[in-house]
Structures are given as structure tokens and as C-alpha cells.
Design a protein around this ligand. Structure first.
Ligand SMILES: Nc1ncnc2c1ncn2[C@@H]1O[C@H](COP(=O)(O)OP(=O)(O)O)[C@@H](O)[C@H]1O
Ligand SMILES: [Mg+2]
Length: 376
């Protein structure tokens, strides 16, 4: 077996849990020789109890007990640390070899606009640093908001670093709970959240079938799009808003959906699901056609790539070639976790992690807080 020649100065772990609240993606990345090599990947799903508890923290206009918040924060910190250790176990690499962990945390609220804008990611990084012994970088978004940005999306700088091609115009599409695009063309990098990716689909599937998501989009494909409902959903002002813009599941929430579908109460559940899928596809396609029409290729990552019905609908709407990031060397399920390993490296090397043209920040800035590890 070939032994991987890894320099410990270049080994980073990325930990990601997105708005789908499905679980933790952990990846071990070697950045030596100015390359990106993914050495191992580990996925740890959340229990349904924890998923429910996290959801309950993210409800708009609902009071939250600080005690409840604090226990979930520490519980998540513990789970992130365990995911990092399980990853290292898989890779057979000692924690002492790792330069740092970049932990995105779990977003429980994202409201970046206005004078007191904020974005809250939890999963106590003190715990991660203590349990793993590895220096941990976390809380990436708030520094960008402090310099006037949206704090999101943050993955475009990484997309630019790995996918940009001077001879090609590319759009990277990440379909998580919320979908976001990165436009890598001739001009400055653009990027923004297009709106819902999987979040409403997951919610409606859970309500109707009691399943966390619709595997492969099978059930979704059995429904018929309700065009009156679709127009009503697409009429939301978020879709017309000009970037920089970002959003979250506290906006495209169950409350949002219930209010919108109330006048369409007699629709079949599968028709509502098909309509929500069309909403994701149309809002993504409108964003790409509006801001990236000269892209020749759309590189897709995030769990939404496994929803065949969603991809089919995108293929109908978009003239560009739609491919998985796997064709460019990174498994679509790994991209975001790798991005946070890269962002941790940026921070430790005193490089900015944000792109002002994307987030709207007044200046590029080093992101995140550093929680020193103790080498055991
Ligand atoms: N086999 C599948 N079929 C359909 N959808 C899937 C499948 N696997 C994952 N997904 C979707 O992807 C989501 C997770 O994607 P992910 O990229 O982890 O999102 P996030 O970053 O928001 O956590 C799931 O909640 C589900 O909606
Ligand atoms: Mg996820």
C-alpha cells in the first residue's frame, strides 16, 4: 500500500453541519504542495431528538430558554469533537499531526441585516479544542458581519481557489438546506444565497411521510406542480432582492410555508412537494440566468445533488452543462467541510476568508476565533 507523505503543517480538518440539520460532515485535508488532497471523510448523522432540539432553537419569533440553548451548544461541541476523532481514527492519523480544525458550527439563527445584524453558529469550540487537543477555529461569520457583510456565503472564496479556470466561466451551485451560487467568470467573483434548496422539501416530506428527506426525489416526482401556488411562492421579495444577500431556514421556515400554502389547502401533499421542488429549481435557475448567463458549466455540490427530480428540473431550465464537482476532483458531499478546513488555514496564515464582492463587507478580513489546542 502506498504511504501518504503528509506534512503535519498542512493537515487540517473541516467540520460542517448545514441548514438541513442532517448531521456532521468531517473531512481531513492535506494542503501540502499548494494542492488539496482529501485524505478521509466521516459523516455522523444527528439523532432525531437532537435534530428536533436544534430545530426548536431556530424557530422565528419563538422564545428560547438559555439553559436549553447552552446544553445544545455544549452537546454539539462534544459531537463535533467526536466526529473529528472518528475521522482521525478512520485515517489512522494522530491528533497531534493536525494543524487545526475549522468548525463551521450549527447555524441556529441568521439575521445579518440592520444595525444589529448577527449570525449564530453553535457547537462549543472550547470543547472541540479540549477534547481533541487540536487548535480549533470557529465563529467565522460574525467578523464579516462586523465589517458590514452578510457573513454569508463564505464558501465562494474556496470555490474560487479550487475551481476557477482562466479559460472557462463556471458557476458553482451548492444545494444544502439553503442553496447558494458562486459565479467564477471574467468579472469579480459573485455569490449569494438563491433561497431554499432542500429545507422546505425536507420539512414537507417529514410532515407528509414522516421521513427526513425524499430519497432520490422519487415521491417528489410523483406529484404535479401547482402553478398558481408556485407563482405565489416565487412572489416572495427575497427572490427579487439584489445581491449581496443571504438567508436561512428561519426565513424560509415552516411558518413561511404554512402561511403560503394556506389558501391552497386542498392540494395533494405530493403536488405541494413537486411545487416546492420547482420553487428550488426555478429560484436557482433564475439566479444563474440573471447573474451567470455566460457560465458554460454549473458544478453542483451539496446533498441536493442526490435529488434526481431537482436536478432534472434544473436541467430543463438551464442551457449550461450541469456536472457534479466529483468531475473536478471533490465529492459533492465533501465540498463544504473541505471549505471550512481551507478557511481555518486562511485564518491561521493571517489571510482573509471573505470576498467583499460576495458578502458586501467593506474590506477583506481574517475570519473566526482561535481556540488553542493542547498537544497531549
Ligand atoms: N439520497 C438523497 N436523495 C434526496 N435528497 C438527499 C439525499 N441525500 C441527501 N439529500 C438531501 O441533502 C440534504 C443534506 O445536504 P447537505 O449538503 O448536508 O445540506 P446542509 O449543508 O444544509 O446540511 C438532506 O437533508 C436531503 O435533503
Ligand atoms: Mg448537512
Amino acid at each position: 500500500m502506498q504511504k501518504t507523505n503528509v506534512a503535519s503543517e498542512a493537515l487540517y480538518i473541516g467540520l460542517m453541519s448545514g441548514t438541513s440539520i442532517d448531521g456532521i460532515d468531517a473531512s481531513l485535508v492535506d494542503f501540502s504542495d499548494n494542492k488539496i488532497r482529501i485524505l478521509a471523510f466521516h459523516y455522523q448523522p444527528f439523532s432525531s431528538t437532537l435534530r428536533q432540539q436544534i430545530h426548536s432553537l431556530s424557530q422565528p419569533n419563538q422564545p428560547v430558554l438559555l439553559e436549553h440553548y447552552g446544553t445544545i451548544d455544549t452537546q454539539l461541541g462534544q459531537l463535533f469533537a467526536e466526529a473529528a476523532l472518528a475521522l482521525l481514527d478512520k485515517a489512522k492519523i494522530a491528533p497531534s499531526k493536525i494543524k487545526a480544525i475549522g468548525s463551521h458550527g450549527q447555524t441556529v439563527y441568521h439575521a445579518p441585516n440592520g444595525p444589529h445584524g448577527f449570525s449564530l453558529q453553535i457547537g462549543d469550540p472550547n470543547r472541540i479544542a479540549e477534547i481533541t487537543g487540536i487548535t480549533t477555529i470557529a465563529d467565522f461569520r460574525r467578523r464579516d458581519i462586523a465589517v458590514g457583510g452578510q457573513g454569508a456565503p463564505l464558501v465562494p472564496a474556496f470555490h474560487q481557489a479550487i475551481f476557477s479556470d482562466p479559460n472557462d466561466s463556471i458557476t458553482v451551485l451548492n444545494i444544502g438546506g439553503i442553496a447558494n451560487i458562486t459565479v467564477l467568470g471574467k468579472g469579480p467573483v459573485l455569490g449569494f444565497d438563491t433561497g431554499p434548496g432542500n429545507t422546505l422539501l425536507d420539512y414537507w416530506c417529514q410532515q407528509s411521510l414522516g421521513q427526513n428527506f425524499d430519497a432520490g426525489g422519487e415521491w417528489t416526482s410523483s406529484g404535479k406542480v401547482n402553478h398558481a401556488l408556485l407563482s405565489h411562492l416565487l412572489d416572495d421579495p427575497y427572490f427579487r432582492q439584489v445581491p449581496p444577500k443571504s438567508t436561512g431556514k428561519e426565513y424560509f421556515s415552516s411558518v413561511w410555508l404554512q402561511q403560503k400554502i394556506a389558501p391552497f389547502g386542498s392540494s395533494k401533499p405530493e403536488d405541494i412537494q413537486a411545487t416546492l421542488c420547482q420553487l428550488s429549481a426555478d429560484s436557482i435557475a433564475d439566479a444563474i440566468l440573471g447573474y451567470a448567463s455566460d457560465s458554460r458549466r454549473v458544478l453542483v455540490c451539496g446533498g441536493g445533488i442526490h435529488n434526481r427530480e431537482l436536478i432534472r428540473k434544473l436541467e430543463i431550465r438551464l442551457p449550461m452543462t450541469i456536472v457534479s464537482t466529483a468531475e473536478f476532483g471533490i465529492d459533492p458531499d465533501h465540498v463544504e467541510a473541505v471549505a471550512f478546513a481551507w478557511l481555518a488555514k486562511q485564518t491561521l496564515q493571517h489571510n482573509p476568508g471573505n470576498l467583499c464582492t460576495v458578502t458586501g463587507a467593506k474590506r477583506p478580513t481574517i475570519l473566526g476565533g482561535i481556540y488553542p489546542g493542547q498537544r497531549h
